[in-house]
Design a protein. Structure first.
Ligand code: SF4
Length: 359
């Protein structure tokens, strides 16, 4: 398919109308209070990938309180940053966040480069983050396309190709609206339009400043775009997790630096494999008399996990004895277990009545 050009004068007029709408109706988000500080823009963009503004906001506030500048974050201990990130998911992103802060501090004298091309060279920067930081922090005319902007463009141009293949056309469409004027406000105005008007379900097309150029609205098919590809179900894996507690602490281990949840603290568990575990297959890490505490589901990016929980409640001297004889294991006080990745705090839910906010 080819993107059909819209009338240039119409695009310019509607662009100005959307920016005027944004001036009056834009959201009051915490990361819009810091001016155009590249550190804050970057931090919020990394946190907002794959999660909602409401979920990211308290993490953003906490990070800024602990590490108000990129220099502070660069100097932070890995373990502390990982612990503060817990609950946001995608821990590889947290590791790259630190790596990036240290690169900016070491190679760029603590200042983020101000062009999309240079930002793209930093650890953890993909095309989206580079474009978003270039636009929002440095007011560069970058083609910022996230899932929300994708939805608007797919509708404006009634793009029939399902995503992800349709992304080429979406990007081609989006760039036609990028201008030097208010370059940083433009993607934010689109994101707010997507949030308040061009919603996934029941878009409010009659209130939309772009409706005069919208092909999907004209055809009465706004909700049909973006066209969805047939759903692929994630493969399922199975595991058994071991909770050993003396009522004060639980046993945890530092995970390998590489791989899923690398470098984080976690509960000991079996391999996460394609076949369910039978009771006779599972060799508990230690002979402590476990009881079955049920099972739970957790969804990772690439697979869904069904995890069985075995709990051993032991006395304090047996617990201390056990720690003395097992190198690499450590005791984590129960009041700190919320810092563990969600896949493990779910295992402790029955023990602690933890509340789980979906990421
Ligand atoms: Fe979205 Fe409707 Fe506006 Fe088109 S007219 S961009 S479908 S809200």
């Amino acid at each position: 398919m080819a993107i059909i050009e819209k009338d240039a004068a119409l695009v310019s007029r509607l662009r100005a109308e959307l920016l005027a709408w944004y001036d009056n109706h834009g959201r009051d988000l915490p990361w819009r209070h810091g001016g155009r500080d590249p550190y804050r823009v970057w931090l919020s963009e990394v946190m907002l990938q794959q999660t909602t503004t409401a979920h990211a906001a308290p993490y953003y506030a906490r990070f800024l309180e602990l590490w108000p500048t990129v220099a502070d974050l660069a100097a932070a201990a890995d373990g502390e940053v990982m612990a503060q990130w817990a609950g946001l998911g995608y821990y590889a992103r947290a590791r790259r966040l630190l790596e990036c802060a240290r690169t900016v501090e070491r190679d760029h004298a603590g200042r983020f480069p101000d062009s999309e091309a240079e930002l793209l060279k930093l650890p953890g920067f993909g095309p989206y983050t580079a474009a978003a930081v270039a636009a929002i922090a440095f007011d560069r005319p970058a083609n910022v396309v996230d899932g929300n902007i994708e939805r608007i463009m797919a509708r404006l141009y009634a793009i029939p190709t399902p995503l992800p293949a349709g992304r080429t056309f979406v990007r081609e469409a989006a760039v036609r609206w990028v201008r030097d004027e208010r370059a940083g406000d433009w993607p934010q105005a689109l994101m707010d339009l997507a949030n308040q008007i061009c919603r996934p379900k029941s878009p409010l097309c009659l209130l939309c400043p772009l409706n005069a150029a919208c092909d999907a609205f004209r055809d009465g098919k706004a909700e049909s775009y973006p066209v969805k590809a047939a759903k692929v179900t994630k493969p399922r894996r199975y595991g058994v997790v071991f909770v050993v507690t003396d009522g004060v602490s639980v046993i945890v281990e530092r995970r390998e630096a590489k791989g899923l949840l690398g470098g984080m603290l976690g509960l000991p568990h079996t391999q996460w494999r394609a076949e369910p575990w039978q009771i006779d297959d599972v060799k508990p890490m230690f002979d402590l008399g476990y009881s079955d505490a049920g099972r739970y589901e957790h969804v990772f990016t690439h697979f869904a996990l069904t995890q069985q929980v075995w709990i051993a409640r032991v006395g304090s001297s047996a617990f201390a004895d056990f720690l003395r004889h097992h190198n690499g294991w450590q005791a984590l006080p129960l009041e700190h277990v919320k810092a563990l990745p969600t896949v493990f705090t779910k295992a402790l839910k029955s023990l602690l009545s933890l509340d789980h906010t979906p990421a």
